[in-house]
Write a protein that binds this ligand. Structure first.
Ligand code: SF4
Ligand SMILES: [Zn+2]
Ligand SMILES: [Zn+2]
Length: 344
């Protein structure tokens, strides 16, 4: 499709503020904001995503995606007395990065009267990302920092959301994240992960598992940045996470951005293909009898015998010449922090 860049908005006589190549749309600020918010309202109105009277926990990092998610949910649901919004901020212990981002998120919550909590990796699971990185440096076979950070964060967010009695846990995953995950699952030949991913994940059959929702999953990353800037929503925009260079996801991001530049609309098409494939893959999963179990170490819901966090913590504790990291004292020195925490 040929991209026509006009100086005037397609919908009025105002000056174009943004060009959306997949449209193609030339939109002024007002009409872009309208399109952006309408899309998110439509996404959140989808069956089961958000309901009247629900308590919504929002995982907030201080980055653009989670700040826009928090802003939108607060605008749509937080200002009524029927729904309650609580922001959960996770401090992984990445100094000079997350602490700065959390400050921004905290300020936003205070200014907008949003209840919020800050949870530290170190306190919850007994190790922060700085110490994890030190271990990885000594033993490269442990894998990337993100493979630890991601599972730890997921676990803590779910635990906290369950603890505060949230009905849903909203995260800032956007279209780009979603599409990267789909393609990564395909190249990993992990059909189970594809079957379980999507705008709403998790099931309430297990009381410990809070269903996750992704209000921005149909929204491109570039538009989130544009919206935040146009609306004056502050977010952390300085250096990237110092450990992000190890993320496998970066390769996929680059490849998909290149595809999108050459063939606008590719990301939406991949998401659409996923929506159509998902019911089939889910059926296949059900036929295999795959279901949530409880981790034999910590009791958290998981797919196998041991949850991702316990697996990762075990790996860290097995590293040569390293002591077990934990904040609470225990005599069981050979146990992982997770075992310790849940066996007390
Ligand atoms: S880039 Fe990786 S290490 Fe850094 S915050 Fe994200 S998941 Fe954690
Ligand atoms: Zn306009
Ligand atoms: Zn576990």
């Amino acid at each position: 499709m040929e991209l026509k860049i006009n100086n005037k908005c397609d919908r009025c006589n105002e000056q174009t503020a943004i060009v959306l190549p997949y449209g193609p749309h030339n939109l002024c600020k007002k009409h872009f904001i309208e399109l952006f918010e309408k899309r998110i309202k439509k996404t959140t109105a989808k069956e089961g995503m958000l309901k009247y009277g629900e308590k919504i926990a929002v995982g907030v990092s201080g980055g653009k995606d989670s700040m826009v998610t928090l802003h939108m949910l607060n605008e749509l649901f937080g200002k009524t007395k029927h729904n309650k919004i609580i922001a959960i901020m996770i401090d992984e212990g990445i100094k000079g990065y997350r602490d700065k981002a959390i400050e921004i998120a905290k300020k936003y919550c205070e200014e907008n009267n949003i209840e919020h909590e800050i949870i530290k990796f170190e306190k919850e699971i007994g190790i922060d990302m700085h110490k994890t990185m030190e271990k990885i440096k000594k033993d490269k076979s442990l894998g990337s920092t993100c493979s630890f950070c991601g599972v730890f964060r997921r676990k803590i967010l779910n635990e906290k959301a369950a603890e505060i009695g949230a009905d849903k846990l909203a995260t800032g995953h956007n279209l780009d994240d979603e599409v990267q995950s789909i393609i990564m699952s395909i190249t990993d030949n992990d059909l189970t992960r594809i079957a379980r991913s999507g705008e709403t994940t998790g099931q309430r059959k297990n009381q410990k598992l809070v269903p996750r929702i992704k209000p921005l999953y149909e929204t491109p990353e570039k538009e989130i940045i544009a919206y935040a800037n146009m609306k004056g929503i502050e977010y952390y925009r300085q250096e990237c996470c110092p450990y992000s260079w190890m993320a496998k996801r970066n390769y996929y991001r680059q490849m998909l951005n290149e595809l999108e530049n050459n063939f606008p609309g590719t990301k939406f098409k991949i998401l659409e293909a996923h929506k159509q494939l998902k019911p089939l893959l889910k059926k296949m999963e059900m036929e295999k009898g795959a279901n949530f179990k409880e981790c034999t170490i910590c009791g958290e819901p998981c797919n196998g015998e041991i949850c991702g966090t316990c697996k990762q913590l075990k790996k860290l504790n097995k590293t040569k010449n390293q002591k077990i990291y934990k904040t609470t004292e225990t005599k069981k020195e050979t146990l992982s922090c997770c075992q310790t925490k849940f066996s007390n």
